[in-house]
Design a protein around this ligand. Structure first.
Ligand SMILES: [Zn+2]
Length: 355
């Protein structure tokens, strides 16, 4: 595999960029973008092989004619010195048909408030289908990296201002399947309860077990992924950009990401440090990095432009890079190519990644 070699005077030894294909992306645009990405001296293209029920290559389970076949495009990636990373959303489905699979909150409402329709992590049927998708796409596309996205319980972390002090998280999942499986877990661990106890009684009485059990659903899925994909493919976990202590351990208690467990079955964590979006100052960024690097090598993602409507200045990327560098981060991912292109020329990016 060909990689761009950076001179030693540069800040990072690997820069990836996220690039999202959709049904409207034309083959010409895609190839033109690959050429542009090369000009930015980016080494890895992180791209989605699926969008909804369509695949961007010939896939045996999903059938829709596509303009872009990533298997064929690998040649163009190589010509542009780009390695391939696959972005794989796990507990997320945008299609309405998945409504019965969505996670349920305490009021019995499904996790479908925004475009992020998030699936219950206890559904075995859904998980085995997802594993099949991962297996086939990695076998056919041979990526260098597999980036697991939405590998967590539902939370709209990008809507949370980390400087606020009151958080009212909506907790998931209280679907019948989750509660039944949790009861089995309690029985296996010799915990005494009444079968007629409501889910709120059980989850309050056995809070520690509840958090442990639900986070195991997330870690076990990553373990299953590690078992089925080629060991040469490096697994990256998209982690929530919160410190361990933020909002009473919400990273663990709300999202279900148990960093020590996830580290066992992965190669990198990629905290999505969209610092302007979540209003994180330098100190908070440093703490996220410090907390997560304790468990795993980091390949963090930074925003290269506005995520939504927050303020974003050109200098914001540079200062985040300086912080990353001060913490010996050697690999970074930019979110995303459209934002990068809108805010920086290739010369500008190169100048801020040079010492
Ligand atoms: Zn559930």
């Amino acid at each position: 595999m060909i990689s761009t070699t950076f001179s030693q005077t540069e800040m990072f030894d690997e820069i990836g960029v996220k690039y999202y294909l959709d049904q409207n992306t034309s083959l010409n645009d895609f190839r033109e973008n690959l050429r542009q990405i090369k000009e930015y001296r980016i080494s890895t293209l992180f791209v989605n092989p699926f969008k909804g029920d369509s695949a961007f290559y010939n896939y045996s389970l999903l059938s829709s004619p596509k303009k872009i076949n990533l298997i064929k495009e690998k040649k163009y990636l190589a010509e542009n010195s780009l390695d391939l990373g696959l972005i794989m959303p796990i507990f997320l489905e945008q299609d309405e048909n998945y409504k019965p699979f969505l996670a349920v909150n305490k009021n019995g409402e499904r996790a479908d408030r925004t475009w992020q329709k998030m699936v219950c992590p206890s559904n075995s049927e859904y998980k085995s289908q997802k594993l099949k998708l991962i297996k086939e796409s990695t076998e056919k596309l041979h990526p260098k990296y597999l980036l697991l996205d939405f590998i967590r319980f539902p939370v709209h972390w990008e809507e949370i201002d980390v400087k606020e002090s009151n958080y009212n998280f909506e907790e998931f999942c209280f679907c019948t399947n989750c509660i039944n499986q949790f009861k089995i877990y309690l029985k296996e661990n010799s915990k005494e309860f009444n079968d007629s106890d409501s889910s709120s009684v059980l989850t309050n009485k056995f809070q520690t077990d509840w958090h442990k059990w639900r986070s195991s659903l997330i870690s076990d899925f990553v373990k299953n992924v590690r078992e089925i994909v080629d060991p040469n493919i490096q697994i990256i976990i998209n982690t929530i950009p919160w410190t361990a202590e933020f909002a009473d351990n919400a990273l663990y208690k709300i999202t279900g990401q148990d960093l020590s467990q996830l580290a066992q079955y992965s190669d990198f964590f990629s905290p999505m440090i969209y610092h302007k979006k979540i209003n994180a100052d330098d100190q908070f960024i440093l703490e996220i990095i410090k907390d997560q690097v304790e468990f795993q090598n980091l390949f963090p993602a930074f925003q290269a432009g506005k995520v939504t409507s927050e303020e974003y200045k050109k200098e914001d990327l540079e200062s985040a890079f300086q912080l990353a560098k001060s913490m010996q981060i050697k690999k970074i991912i930019l979110f995303d190519f459209n934002r990068l292109k809108e805010n920086y020329t290739s010369t500008e990016l190169m100048s801020i990644t040079s010492e």
